[in-house]
Design a protein. Sequence first.
Lengths: 111, 114
Amino acid sequence: RKEVEQDPGPFNVPEGATVAFNCTYSNSASQSFFWYRQDCRKEPKLLMSVYSSGNEDGRFTAQLNRASQYISLLIRDSKLSDSATYLCVVITYSSASKIIFGSGTRLSIRP
Amino acid sequence: EAGVAQSPRYKIIEKRQSVAFWCNPISGHATLYWYQQILGQGPKLLIQFQNNGVVDDSQLPKDRFSAERLKGVDSTLKIQPAKLEDSAVYLCASSLRVLNHEQYFGPGTRLTVT
């Protein structure tokens, strides 16, 4: 089993729709979580950190479910510009920080 | 504020040749990361520096890859000798502190090994 898993998609949704995807992790000791977006042939860009209580940034909401070991990203009122690959990052702290990126979920918004 | 700079942007070499990549992080960022991203996969951490010390290099193939950050600012990643499976994008990222992993990425170097 991979340490961090994401549904590769693609998720193909109409503009204005709400879409959500999850990222599961296997190490219950993992402590920090992030979402990045990556446009085709570009570098990843930080979208948001994921806090224990959940957090929102405009149309984006991130949640953490420690019991079931997953994080989620919800996008409301999706825009064409939201089309990208969304990468989750899971960090476990021990003697050194272990940083693992998921393989990404591809999202395509259609007009 | 200037972002993370990387060069070259593209490199094509033959297998068994050597190659080096350069990265200059955001000014004031103590932590620097090198990642390898193979097409269709997420970035894989190769090495993490805190200032000029190595924090984690557990996934760096040390028989052929080396990296340094001598003055705690810019960094180089070298591959010698290259293999076909090293074809990937090499991404450099930086963050303010070692326990703050909000990372800012450079544009990457696309390496093709033929």
